[in-house]
Design a protein around this ligand. Sequence first.
Ligand code: SF4
Length: 486
Amino acid sequence: MLTTDPLDADTLHEECGVFGVFGHPEAAKLAALGLHALQHRGQESAGIVTYDEKEFHTHRGLGHVNRTFNDRDEMRRLRGDMAIGHVRYATSGVTVLRNVQPLLVELECGGFSIAHNGNLTNAMQLRRQLVRRGCLFQSTTDTEVIVHLMATARGGSVIDRMVEALRQIEGAFSLVALTGNALIGVRDALGVRPLVLGRMENGVHVFASETCALDIIGAELVRDVEPGEMLVVDSSGVHSLRPFQPAPSRFCIFEYIYFARPDSIMEGRSVYAIRQSIGRELARESGIDADLVVPVPDSGVPAAIGYAAESGLPFELGIIRNHYVGRTFIEPSQSIRALGVKRKHNANRSIIEGRRVVLIDDSIVRGTTSKKIVEMLRNAGAAEVHMRISSPPTAHSCFYGIDTPEEDKLLAHAMTVDEMAAYISADSLAFVSIDGLYRATGMAGGRDNQAPQFCDACFTGDYPIALADRDSQSTSGELPLWAARA
Ligand code: SF4
């Protein structure tokens, strides 16, 4: 059994990454490479489905991409010039194979495979209706809800059925899907979750959650799939459909802060440049007299570079990260837990000792990691530790595809900033303001409170998509099989 690493319990997790290829004789290999570049979006399982003009082929497994796709014979078996792939982070501690995507089904109108990143916010309601109509669910993912909606749709082609299904679902999601002759990419109406279209020579097209997955295979970025857009790629080209009512875009602002890889371009903006700008905003908003700026690696690094540049303080690697921690098969005992953060991070004493440190991190979730890192710096001889966070306080849960603890487990939900500073034993603590964050993304006037430019619900509690399941007291995210009986 794969257990959740105790070190991971205090971070937010992206739940999935998706990838798709059309028109390349080695589609499965490209998909494996693309998924490898998206590994940060999900480490618990990986899967690829291909189509070779006769039949679909699939391989899925638990663990990292290079563990699942390391067998040459298995890769040869994944024949075809179309493929979709998926990496997944599960919200529960245990990952089971039946939940690993892409899903592959046989519909009345032909074979169909689908993988998705995000959450359907009315999945439980739809699932109940479908179960009452006799649908038998094989997995506990809400992706399967889409498949059953298609299976029970009023006839037509696979595309017609998919459009009919999409019109019934609500939520924040990016989908890639494969039919016998087309590759499909879809973004939710508000474009909360990311998806880009790329191109290679000879008419090869690619979908990916992030542009870093295009770079690895030498594909060029064509554009973001637009919010609410369904792109169908077939032998006659790329076709744009609009299954949803038009709505203002509300891209997830946390992608810029933490989830996306810094070398990705999202909605036309460099993730790395935005993180640096957030660091500059932090230095302007809450600069303090200190000796050096130290990031919590790796995610705090770009913001710390920005903070150092703006403040004129030296940037130093005062914490060194062990890149080989990974998931563990050891059931964590209390003594191992007590080692805590040290397995992952270690203070660089020669840099820290006797110095006043500005410590930069991307977020505080439960606060346990921040507390341990501050303690670690003090034990290494830091004279002062001033913590600066490159997001506003995370005071609300995400229901749109990011695994967050329940609201009452979030430190910022329960405490003021001063109380949080005392809890983590920092000499001072400050978060970037919500307007500072928006300015860093290029919104010179900050947040437009009448029509916010992004989803920022985990900071503001302003949820842009109705939370139908939550409001009807249903479980969001994973869909337990027993819950469908209600
Ligand atoms: S609630 Fe936060 S993490 Fe979730 S989609 Fe919105 S901004 Fe992103």
